[in-house]
Structures are given as C-alpha cells and as structure tokens.
Design a protein around this ligand. Structure first.
Ligand code: ZN
Length: 299
C-alpha cells in the first residue's frame, strides 16, 4: 500500500529540513580584492537560446522561430562588435541544439576570446526531465559544445534557473568549475550538496538583473514589456553601483533576442561606459571569475 501524500503542514521535521538542505549556499567566496586590485567584478552573460525557446515549447510557430533567428542574425553580431570595441570578455550560455544550428557563431565567440557555458540540450525545463535523461542530456550537451568549439565547457546555467533532484550531482560528475543558476547571495559562494562541501562555485543570478524579465512579450498571453528602457538602465546601474560600493560582483544576464534592439542596446553600452569610468573594475568571463575566487579561497 502506498503512503498518502502528506500536506506540507503535516511534514515531520526531517522532511522539511531535508528539502531545504538538498542544495545550500556554503561559505562566501567573495574575495578581499578582485584581480589586479580591482574593487568590483563585472560578469556579462548572454543566454543565446535562439530558436530553442520555441522548440522547447513545441516548435510550431514560424514567427517565433524567426524571432529566435534574429538572435543569431542581428543580436550576437551586435554584441560581439560591442565587446570587441570595448575590449571586454563575456560568457555565452548556449543550448546544444542552438550550437548545432549555428556552429559558426560558436566558433566565432570562442575565437574572439569569450566563454561558452552549458545551457541544456534544447533549453528543456531540466526540472521536469527524468533523472537518467537529464544526466544523458547534460553530458551530450557538453560533448556537443566541445566538438563544435574545441573547448570543453566548465560552467552551466540551467535552462530553468533551477535544480532537479540530480542536477548538482550531474554537474559534479561533469567536473564543472561553477554553476550560475541560483540565488542565495549577490557574491560568489561554495555549493553545498546535502551537507557536503563541493568545491564548486556558484555565481548567483537574479531576475532583477535579467533583461527578459522587463522586456519579454507573448502574443497570445497577457505578457507584455512592462518597463521602459530608461528604467531598466536605472535598475541595472543601481545594481552595479551597489556591487561597486560593496566590492562585490555585478552579474548581468541578457538575451541576444531581447537586449539588442535599437531602442535598447544603449542600456548595455551605457552601463559598460559607466562601469569603465570607475577605473578599477574587472570585466571577466564567468569561468575567469569562478577560478579567481576559488584560488583566492584556497579551494
Ligand atoms: Zn535560456
């Protein structure tokens, strides 16, 4: 006979404690100083989902697939041009299917000195994938990206910004240096797996520092962009100013099919100018930052 599901208010302590302790933030890995004595680190990431946003949702809409194509056709070139002009390195999180659709883009990203991190197979909601399949997909994705670019990814941003029961275990099996999908701090920290320190770095994200939250739109749902570009710039700038004040990390997530429009791209350009004007800010890829904080902490 199967036990009836308990309601949350009926759970014994080991149940609610067990849920909370599955994946936790361990010690802070915020360094005293950033590389070359910089006061603050800036990590720019671009989740280059392209057509996989629509494929993940069923892949029926030619219109939405063409929106994904904008990301590779206009978005990424515009981003790469700006990064080159400003001489800064960034990280692109790429679903393996997007990489297979656009291998030349991935090669160019690597050739220009940027990092490519794991972002699922087809942008699947990894928390809904059965454990065995999730494991196989992450491994296949790592192999695929490595085959295309010649570089094995060392970091992951899960497509759903969430962990299933097995995600952290899979990341450890993959030998990843870092994850960038969770929220427990503003600065880097060590991931704890059921009470065990992992030596893996978390570079925390936040919806506040994500362009899609403010600008996304869905034709057949009530979802519409609800914040103007000036306001989004103001939020991002305040997040950066706070990180600079605290000597911390400013990590910003953007999407090529969201941030690169002519009315929006200035937000990123202006933000980079603003950060550079401080004089002691370290722009780096996620992998560089994760390795730096790990070394500083003697992990
Ligand atoms: Zn994504």
């Amino acid at each position: 006979m199967t036990q009836p599901e308990l309601e949350c208010w009926q759970w014994p302590e080991e149940v609610w404690r067990g849920k909370v302790d599955r994946v936790r933030a361990g010690r802070s890995l915020k360094p005293k100083k950033w590389k070359n004595g910089a006061r603050c680190a800036v990590a720019l990431s671009f989740d280059a989902d392209h057509e996989t946003n629509e494929l993940r949702d069923g892949g029926q809409s030619v219109g939405r697939l063409s929106w994904g194509q904008y990301g590779t056709r206009v978005g990424v070139p515009r981003i790469l041009k700006m990064l080159k002009r400003e001489d800064i390195k960034a990280t692109f999180f790429v679903p393996a299917v997007a990489a297979l659709l656009h291998p030349e883009e991935q090669k160019q990203v690597i050739a220009e000195g940027h990092e490519i991190g794991l972002h699922g197979w087809i942008h699947e909601v990894n928390t809904r994938v059965p454990p065995q399949n999730e494991r196989e997909l992450h491994f296949r994705s790592a192999d695929t990206l490595e085959k295309i670019t010649g570089v094995r990814p060392v970091g992951m941003r899960t497509p759903s910004w969430d962990f299933s029961e097995v995600t952290l275990q899979i990341q450890r099996e993959l030998g990843l240096l870092y994850d960038s999908s969770l929220f427990a701090d503003e600065d880097p920290y060590e991931l704890i797996d059921k009470g065990e320190a992992t030596g893996m770095v978390e570079l925390p994200v936040e919806w506040i520092r994500d362009d899609a939250v403010y600008f996304n739109m869905n034709r057949f749902q009530a979802l519409r962009p609800y914040t103007g570009p000036e306001t989004v710039f103001d939020i991002f700038r305040r997040e950066f100013d706070g990180a600079y004040e605290d000597g911390g990390l400013f990590l910003l997530t953007m999407h090529p099919h969201v941030i690169t429009y002519r009315s929006r791209f200035w937000i990123l350009e202006e933000l980079v100018r603003h950060a550079k004007a401080k004089g002691d800010v370290w722009f780096a890829s996620h992998a560089e930052i994760a390795q730096y904080v790990k070394d500083e902490a003697g992990l």
